[in-house]
Design a protein around this ligand. Structure first.
Ligand SMILES: [Zn+2]
Ligand SMILES: [Zn+2]
Length: 249
């Protein structure tokens, strides 16, 4: 399983940057996790978008879905050009709420919406997918995603405050992609549906993850500051997200 960071910034893309999007490729599957602002232009570096097998969306905040509309236009045009079968819409797996946004995920023959929740189990090619609702504040669901293929496990934590019940979901993940929205100096006094870098590292350590990728970062953060606040994670390597970062699990 190969994971490539297409975008990781939040709440908006810095110069030349992109908000969350991760491309996951296995022997039998090409998946996109989240589709933030600038993600499509980065995806094109690796594969034509008409080759995608599925899109998974954690939730509907703009930093995670901003490029979905242009993805739909793109697929429609590729179908018109004969590069993708006209009767092969891209499946989009996403929460059922807010309803209006869920409905917009079915677009002509380009994309087809499939609702997911904590009970959903998917098989996409050789990838087995399950979901966990995270503590992300505003009442609408947000789901972390666990991908298993060829004996390896990737957990994408999406957006998640400290109240998320990770036990049994993230334990011993080969890679945990975990948000570290705040550095110590700008962490709000009251939790607001996000984690700090320090909390991300503590969480990964508590659950024996084998490696950690800290993501969902403000584009102005210095990588050295992020790394220094991730000191609690000693069970394996810590990585700081950047565009084009890639790992083979
Ligand atoms: Zn969010
Ligand atoms: Zn976000």
């Amino acid at each position: 399983m190969r994971v490539t960071v297409l975008g990781y910034q939040s709440p908006y893309p810095g110069p030349g940057g992109a908000t969350p999007g991760y491309w996951v490729e296995t022997n039998e599957g090409k998946l996109l996790l989240d589709c933030g602002s600038g993600v499509l232009s980065r995806l094109g570096v690796y594969l034509p978008l008409y080759d995608l097998d599925a899109l998974l969306l954690s939730h509907y905040h703009h930093d995670h879905v901003a490029d979905v509309g242009v993805l739909q236009y793109g697929l429609m045009v590729h179908q018109l050009f004969g590069q993708r079968p006209a009767d092969k819409p891209l499946p989009v797996y996403a929460p059922a709420f807010p309803e209006q946004q869920a409905k917009s995920l079915t677009y002509r023959e380009a994309t087809r919406f499939f609702p997911v929740d904590e009970r959903s189990k998917l098989s996409i090619g050789d990838v087995h997918v399950s979901f966990l609702r995270t503590d992300h504040g505003d009442g609408d669901p947000c789901y972390a995603v666990r991908l298993e293929a060829n004996g390896k496990t990737l957990v994408y934590g999406a957006d998640s405050g400290p109240g998320t019940q990770w036990r049994g979901f993230v334990d011993q993940a080969d890679l945990f992609i975990c948000e570290g929205t705040y550095l110590d100096q700008n962490r709000p006094a009251k939790p607001n549906g996000h984690l700090s870098v320090r909390q991300a590292a503590e969480l990964a350590q508590a659950h024996d993850c084998r490696s950690l990728l800290i993501t969902h970062l403000f584009h102005g953060y210095e990588e050295s500051n992020v790394l220094s606040q991730a000191e609690a994670f000693v069970a394996g390597p810590v990585h700081v997200a950047r565009i084009g970062w890639q790992i083979e699990l």
